[in-house]
Design a protein around this ligand. Structure first.
Ligand SMILES: Nc1ncnc2c1ncn2[C@@H]1O[C@H](COP(=O)(O)OP(=O)(O)OP(=O)(O)O)[C@@H](O)[C@H]1O
Ligand SMILES: [Mg+2]
Length: 398
């Protein structure tokens, strides 16, 4: 196993000792240098080339214990073995407290010195291992803390949205009622008022004995009635598209596409279908329709898009609805911060997808357009792929 200690500096005021130790250490495979003066030793160590010092204690200008404390100031990682022929003057406690790793009493056998160095080497390795482990632990803890922070922030946001949801629902319900009331007033209410007027006129003509004029009068309000029938149909289709139950989801999506084209003739809307009506589980149909409806509403209101693609397909065990436009796009981070309190569309699309067992994501690039994706796992070959983990990376919280 590779040594931790490779480069050793010997410090002793006796040149003979320096030479003898240097020779022994070199023959044992260490890279080695020596100094007879502690000040020189410190200058050598400052260059950073040594990780181990073997030093005499009793030296004229600076004793070994002082030298150890100076060495540790240069590099606290350097290990030192003190050599002493004055065991009575310097105790083990003094030497270790000064910061040395060990001491050896002169005279000693070179093998004894080597054994001590090997033990210190093992300890260094263990320390390094422990340090690495502590560092890794610290990193994992930091990562964990930041993940907990992220999750807590997400949870707080979700909680906040949940807290706001009832009031948003009430507001949406009120808005829906207001729209319905004004539509009833403007369409059926107006038509019935007209019908009443025309019938009264016809009756008056009949009372005056002019039956032909009365019949003519009645015939004239047939188109008005037809318009009322159409308007009523539009209202109930908006409330609950009966077509969904009568003709199926695919026909209803086609109807939605045509309505969209009628309202905005300059916008091209494509519908691509890669799934049969029977393959779409009944419980998903209203959700698929509502998500498509709100996505198209949003495109009409916000996107300025020229091209819109609606695609409904069966893809690897799931039903996938994708609606993309080439409009102005949106800054999802900004939208999630600013519109959370007011708007309901994106939130309700996501809620619908998730609550019916699916997943939902939005991708949007400013100036390039928006793509909305919702998918639901379906049963394939007797296997229900519930709660698939292949959820697309949601680019926002919507
Ligand atoms: N296709 C899109 N292109 C560009 N911006 C969009 C698109 N869809 C949504 N947006 C932006 O996202 C915002 C939030 O949409 P959302 O449907 O939640 O609310 P809304 O349409 O403003 O109101 P409502 O609650 O009536 O749906 C919109 O105000 C709009 O700025
Ligand atoms: Mg909307």
């Amino acid at each position: 196993m590779e040594r931790e200690i490779k480069r050793v500096l010997v410090v002793d005021d006796e040149q003979n000792t320096c030479d003898m130790l240097t020779e022994f250490l070199r023959s044992s495979g260490y890279s080695c240098a020596s100094a007879t003066d502690p000040a020189k030793a410190l200058a050598i160590l400052k260059k950073g080339d040594f990780e181990f010092v073997i030093s005499d204690i009793k030296m004229p200008k600076m004793d070994g214990l002082q030298l150890v404390s100076e060495i540790l100031k240069i590099d606290p990682e350097i290990d030192t073995i003190m050599m002493t022929g004055h065991a009575g003057v310097y105790t083990y406690v003094d030497i270790i407290r000064a910061g040395a790793s060990d001491f050896i009493a002169k005279p000693f056998q070179l093998q004894e010195l080597q054994a001590k160095m090997e033990r210190i080497d093992r300890e260094r390795k263990m320390q390094r291992g422990l340090k690495q482990m502590a560092e890794e632990l610290r990193k994992s803890r930091d990562e964990l803390e930041s993940r907990v922070e992220e999750r807590t922030a997400e949870l707080e946001k979700a909680n906040e949205e949940l807290r706001q949801f009832p009031s948003k629902l009430i507001a949406a319900q009120e808005e829906e009622r207001r729209k319905l009331a004004s539509e009833l007033h403007d369409s059926i209410g107006q038509s019935f008022a007209a019908v009443k007027y025309w019938i009264e006129m016809a009756l008056k003509l009949r009372d005056a004995g002019d039956c032909d004029a009365a019949i003519n009068q009645l015939q004239q309000f047939i188109p008005i009635l037809q318009r009322s029938i159409d308007e009523t149909r539009n209202i109930y289709m908006g409330l609950r598209p009966t077509m969904l139950d009568d003709a199926g989801l695919l026909a209803t999506l086609e109807w939605l596409r045509q309505e969209c084209m009628k309202l905005y003739p300059q916008r091209h809307v494509e519908l691509e279908v890669g799934v049969s009506e029977e393959e779409i589980p009944a419980q998903f149909k209203i959700n698929i329709f509502r998500i498509a409806q709100e996505a198209l509403n949003n495109i009409a209101k916000h996107s300025k898009a020229e091209w819109v693609d609606i695609s409904l397909s069966k893809n690897g065990g799931r039903i996938e609805l994708v609606i993309s436009d080439d409009g102005v796009g949106m800054d999802l981070d900004l939208i999630s911060q600013t519109s959370a309190a007011r708007s309901l569309g994106l939130t309700s699309m996501r809620e619908r997808a998730v609550l019916s067992g699916g997943s939902f994501s939005i991708e949007s690039i400013l100036g390039e357009g928006t793509t909305i994706r919702a998918f639901w796992p379906i049963e394939t070959e007797g296997q229900f792929q519930k709660g698939e983990t292949t959820q697309l990376p949601a680019l926002s919280n919507f």
